[in-house]
Design a protein around this ligand. Structure first.
Ligand code: DP6
Length: 414
């Protein structure tokens, strides 16, 4: 290690979030976070939804510390501890000649870390922020510590932070193999296809207004494992077949199968929640209205043009077959769920706003044909805002030092 005590070495990375189209729900090992079935997800474009994390190491740090969205949080939880231990044990020699820093393999166990993480989307929105968060933590630390492992191996570490995080180590379409081994080494994510493979897809997230406090995924799935017979049937007989069909649908860009499987799997996941004792309700009336809207749309189109999926909350993730469908859908959604009088369009539709421009602002000039397709009345205020996105790339290191969340000299939040 360099003799000088005041150097700070850091790395900043950006990692996407992901949305499961075949859901992970239920663990066979709570500590290692090993699932009872395989799952498949689509990675969302990090330009619209991502986590940014800066990790720093310095001999002047006296303990590991972390700040999330500017607020210091505790790292004492076992999930953080497991990720930190696993990644530290894989650290390798690092040398920065310019700064005169030399860190040996063994030093990682002794050196302390500062971590700052920030989501580019509102955390309170109930979008899977822990997935992007743990994936980004593991990815950034792997780069800092010169860990020589491929993204699948890193996914097995991120998995121990939060199950769904393992799928955020890749862009495009990703499968999490449940694995068979007791130590979980084969419970890793693999990429099925990159984001360019099927780039016609447009993803619209409707962040649904909700006052209720939700059951966390972690405790919800524990209760389902303990009480739901439907979950046993799902994991044993339903998901294995759906996984094969979904892999095929993605490979062939077969939207009809993709949409049918996505909607059916979301519905079965929520049926499992309902089958849990006591029952868990993640969706609300607005979520149900959005399902009806999509079902009606697809019926009138004569073929699925839109898929919906809901995680452990009321927010809808809609996947449109093409940009043309997405533009029409946005018109319909803005007609059905207009912003409140005091909300402007800029803060109502986030992400890829070019879709709103094409759709024609305010949704006032919505063609009758689309109104008929969508078949719903003005539900002002039910949706907090929309985020337009698309399938996106996996984690990247940001070279631009100005984007770092920690100060290059002090290693403290900027
Ligand atoms: C409904 O990954 O948040 O989003 O492993 O306990 O941290 P833990 O749970 P988490 O569960 C995600 C559940 C889901 C489905 C999915 O993403 O596959």
């Amino acid at each position: 290690m360099a003799e000088e005590k005041n150097w700070v070495l850091m790395v900043t990375a950006q990692t996407p979030t992901n949305i499961a189209v075949i859901k992970y729900w239920g663990k066979r090992d709570e500590v290692r976070i090993l699932p009872i079935n395989d799952s498949i997800s689509v990675t969302l474009d990090p330009d619209h939804l991502c986590t940014l994390t800066t990790v720093a190491v310095s001999p002047s740090f006296d303990r590991d510390r972390m700040w999330l969205n500017g607020k210091e949080i505790s790292l004492s939880g076992s999930r953080y501890q497991n990720c930190l231990r696993e990644i530290r044990s894989r650290g390798d020699d690092v040398e920065d000649e310019v700064k005169g820093i030399k860190i040996g393999k063994k030093d990682w166990e002794k050196l302390h870390l500062h971590i700052a993480s920030y989501n580019n989307f509102p955390t309170a929105a109930g979008l899977a922020s822990s997935a992007a968060g743990f994936a980004c933590l593991v990815f950034a630390l792997a780069k800092l510590m010169n860990v020589n492992e491929d993204p699948s191996q890193l996914s097995a570490i991120a998995r121990q932070g939060s199950g769904s995080a393992c799928r955020s180590l890749f862009g495009g379409f990703v499968k999490w193999n449940m694995g068979k081994k007791e130590d979980g080494n084969d419970s890793v994510a693999v990429q099925l296809a990159d984001e360019k493979h099927w780039d016609d897809l447009v993803i619209i997230v409707a962040v649904v207004s909700s006052r209720e406090k939700e059951t966390s995924s972690t405790s919800g799935m524990r209760e389902s494992v303990e009480t739901s017979l439907l979950l046993q049937h799902r994991a044993k007989d339903v998901v294995p077949i759906r996984i094969l069909q979904m892999e095929e649908a993605i490979k062939n860009r077969d939207f009809t199968s993709f949409a049918k499987l996505t909607c059916a799997d979301s519905n079965q996941f929520h049926a499992v929640c309902m089958d849990t004792s006591p029952p868990i309700f993640y969706m609300n009336d607005t979520s149900h209205r959005i399902i009806s809207l999509v079902e009606k749309w697809n019926r009138s189109a004569g073929t699925p043009e839109i898929a919906y999926t809901f995680d452990a909350g009321p927010n809808a993730v809609l996947i449109a077959k093409s940009r043309k469908v997405a533009v029409e859908l946005m018109q319909g959604l803005l007609y059905c769920f207009p912003p409140k009088a005091d909300t402007d369009m800029k803060s109502y539709v986030l992400g890829d706003t070019s879709i709103v421009k094409e759709a024609g602002l305010e949704g006032r000039e919505v063609p009758q044909e689309i109104k008929d397709k969508i078949g719903c009345q003005d539900q002002k205020g039910e949706v907090s805002y929309f985020i337009c996105s698309r399938p996106g790339k996996g984690p990247v290191v940001l070279q631009d030092q100005t984007q770092a969340l920690l100060h290059p000299q002090t290693g403290l939040p900027k």
